[in-house]
Design a protein around this ligand. Sequence first.
Ligand code: WT7
Length: 649
Amino acid sequence: MSSENITSVTRENRKFNPPDEFQAQAHIGSLAKYRRLYRQSVNNPEEFWAKQAEELLLWRKKWRKVLQWKAPHAKWFVGGRLNVAENCLDRHLGTARENKAAIIFEGEGGDERTLTYKQLYHEVCRLANVLEGFGLGKGDRVAIYMPMVPEAAIAMLACARIGAVHTVIFGGFSSEAIKDRVNDCEARLVITADGGWRRGKVVPLKENVDRALEGTPSVEKVLVLRRTGSRVRMKKDRDIWWHDVVPAAAHVHRAKAFDAENPLFILYTSGSTGKPKGVLHTSGGYLLGTTITSKYVFDLKETDTYWCTADVGWITGHSYVVYGILSNGATTLMYEGAPNHPGPDRFWSIIDRHRVTVFYTAPTAIRAFMRWGDEHPKRHDLSSLRLLGTVGEPINPEAWMWYYKVIGGGRCPIVDTWWQTETGAIMITPLPGAIPQKPGSATLPFFGVVPKVVDETGREVPRNTGGKLVITQPWPSMLRTLWGDDDRFKRQYWSDYPGIYFTGDGCRQDEDGYFWIVGRIDDVLNISGHRIGTAEVESALVSHPSVVEAAAIGRPDEIKGQSLVVFVTLKDGVKASEKLKETLRKHVAREIGAIARPDVIRFAAALPKTRSGKIMRRLLKEIAAGGEVKGDTTTLEDFSVLASLQKAD
Ligand code: WT7
């Protein structure tokens, strides 16, 4: 872990109290109520969580013990049994929610579909029957590589219903990325589509799967949804069209109850080495964490139309497009395509036409909207909005203010929600009717969450001093392990401070106890809200025959938060050229996906290293940011490298 000092220079004094009208109707309508509940939740966590689990979820069998904690391994609701899909669907049937919209879908081309809770239930049952017909059941892994269409949620819920473990692979990832993930978890089935729509073009999902599956011995079948109608190759005995089997399947399905700790899904995320980590989430605790945060952070009401713009390929899509929202019986909107297709006002047009009330998106998107101009949101009626949210990276105060004024019309609180793939659910966030917001701060911890800012030795640092963000108590939706690699789980999160979860983020608490996240302090970038390991990009680069060594770093970027700059040392005899840069960009995009395409490639004769051979990224960052290296260079092995790097092109 890096021991660089964490300095935080942001000082923001504006404070926004929840508007009276919002407070009056909110689930948690005062700071005092938040403080009281928070105190209960951390003083008597087991009592608090037992009460919430009973109130918010449907259990087939009650637990014997709320928490079994043998750090770093937690078991929540030990002995309890439930079915996650039943909680998201069946329990709303026979109530007023039965004919309420569960999913409102809008395709990029403008096609629209609404699925009521009852219709969604039947679709999930049909697919669950098909999956069981394939011989799949409890514990089997299923990879889902789909566009943002209702069938993606249906696939997730059908897996949950039969106790299978899904791993959703973001539709922007490449064949290589699919292959690695499928092999790591040994998926037996892949659910995909012929393609998806993105900026008017077809993303060739099935073709990508075909290429990936040349090296995945565990896969027996591929279920293919027809979405774009593009021509695809169907491999005999392996590939099956969704429309050939799902509509014909029985539309009811008896859901079995599974153990609260039955794995629900694996989601791969970036760490500081090249190999993605398979974050494992289980059933009861995860569902409780996402249900309770959805209810209180988004202040969900029966009448809300809620829209989270995240793709189901990310944790945000799991927790706050699908599980937490449907478990609350709310209406979730799904949009398939790009925010600027056919024009830069697409999101505002969606909010206007569907009367969206709660809107949750990422700072990088907000900065892009700012750049595109106020005229686009101004052309639409956004008065249905009552609450806004952000996630993925720190939001800069200018973007916060713009979001507040131009999108929220100065009347909507903003929930800046800090959390991670690993935490499963929101951890630090305003409760919109209770906690005054400061632009740029995720504010205060959610119930049951005990974060601290500590120094290298684990001691809490004084207020307004930078340090590392840790979570000192277990929480229900925490990751349970890394799939197939419990050692890495222990090393990665629990070895810096024994028994305490290390988030990888730098942070400061201000005089009011508000948390200000500074960003990642490990070798992980945050580009447009997506975590990308520097090592992943580097290993993709060195897999190219022209490259001997590479270093990837992030450079501050107005829109993306960070842009990706790579320094590359070429093999002897290979000539540096613009053409080669383009080849390498394409190569990385092919290996990982377009989100990891380097923005800038600089060829360098050598990279700056310590005597022990560690690349000094700090120096590269300074070079990438502006040229001069001012930081400490005493550990540098070869000084001449610096001079030549500054000249590198
Ligand atoms: C990392 C987690 C959680 C879903 C999306 C990303 C950064 C996330 C915030 C926020 C400041 C944030 C952190 C965190 N991050 N939300 N509100 N303020 N930083 O999930 O890919 O697991 O990334 O995103 O650095 O550790 P993820």
